[in-house]
Design a protein around this ligand. Structure first.
Ligand SMILES: Cc1cc2nc3c(=O)[nH]c(=O)nc-3n(C[C@H](O)[C@H](O)[C@H](O)COP(=O)(O)O)c2cc1C
Length: 303
């Protein structure tokens, strides 16, 4: 028996360590570091219908225990992804979770239709931390009704496992989680970044051209862990933890809080092999303690 195997709804993963969207390109950029097919899966850079250049640089900066990014969702677009990236990922046996975003429900459904027609996409992850233009720019993920609407529409359009990525900026995150679960999500992923700002004290110039960016990295971890715990208590579908996972012990914290798997993001910028090292460390830990990852899950004593 493989002690690392986990089930995320109907999707079986060989292990619970995945690469987080936007921090791992399309997986192929990590050639020469390690075999990315060894990971439980990779979440692609967020895909849109049309290619996007993203924001004007500077668009990342370091912060204490983390970083800010205002990449602006630059990506090659879904067509180029399906034509140029997916065939290689498929050949190599990589478990691909296609992360998608759009500014309308219809465009989310168009992306879903396009990706559902391809073999080699194992699940969809909806990034709902983006504005809905028809609703005056309110982020889907901040409003339970909008989050449920987009989830329901995508659910009706595909049989692929559907993961919905929680915005940490919603007022009542468990309420959004419950709404998304009722609308047909197979799993929740939590969390996306939290907006922040950084100003150079010498020049007075904002370190990001966009002025604000998403905070990620270890600074986020206690918040992510709290939100994962709340979601695990609020819903019956699996929750995948993301936010500052840099070591195997960080991953274990999320399992103890009830997450069935983790995603590694910012840590891959400091060490491209971070996710692989966490995976190897987890295999070693399970052997040493004589436990499976599933046995670790949800065993935090104070929860
Ligand atoms: C440079 C950068 C780009 C990101 N792009 C995306 C994206 O396209 N879609 C998405 O859902 N999340 C995106 N994220 C958020 C990450 O997937 C993750 O939720 C967040 O960074 C917290 O995890 P971490 O602390 O391990 O990085 C991005 C994060 C970073 C740092």
């Amino acid at each position: 028996m493989n002690p690392l195997a986990v089930k995320v709804g109907t999707l079986e993963l060989t292990n619970p360590v995945l690469a987080a969207s936007g921090t791992f390109g399309y997986g192929l950029e990590f050639d020469g570091f390690f075999d990315v097919a060894e990971l439980g899966g990779i979440c692609t850079k967020g895909l849109s219908l049309a290619p996007r250049q993203g924001n004007t640089p500077p668009r990342i900066c370091e912060t204490p225990a983390g970083m800010l990014n205002a990449i602006g969702l630059a990506n090659v677009g879904v067509e180029a992804f399906c034509r140029e990236k997916l065939p290689t990922l498929r050949e190599r046996g990589v478990t691909v979770i296609a992360n998608v975003f759009a500014s309308s429900v219809d465009d989310f459904v168009r992306l879903t239709d396009r990706l559902s027609g391809e073999t080699g996409v194992h699940a969809l992850e909806l990034n709902i931390s983006c504005p809905n233009v028809k609703e005056g720019g309110i982020e889907f993920g901040k409003d339970p009704r909008l989050a449920a609407e987009v989830t329901r529409s995508v659910r009706q359009a595909t049989d692929l496992p559907l993961w919905v990525k929680m915005s940490p900026e919603a007022g009542d995150i468990p309420e959004v989680g419950r709404a998304v679960e009722a609308a047909g999500a197979d799993a929740l992923t939590a969390i996306n970044t939290i907006r922040g700002t950084s100003i150079d004290p010498e020049t007075g110039i904002n370190r990001l051209h966009n002025r604000t960016g998403g905070l990620s990295g270890p600074a986020l971890r206690p918040i992510a862990l709290r939100i994962v715990s709340e979601l695990v208590a609020a819903v019956s579908i699996p929750v995948i933890g993301i936010g500052g996972v840099s070591t195997v012990n960080d991953a274990v914290e999320f399992f103890l809080a009830g997450a069935v798997a983790v995603q590694v993001g910012t840590a891959s910028f400091a060490d491209p092999c971070a996710a692989k090292k966490i995976l190897d460390g987890l295999a070693e830990l399970c052997t040493r303690r004589g436990v499976t990852v599933t046995e670790l899950t949800g065993n935090g004593r104070t929860l």
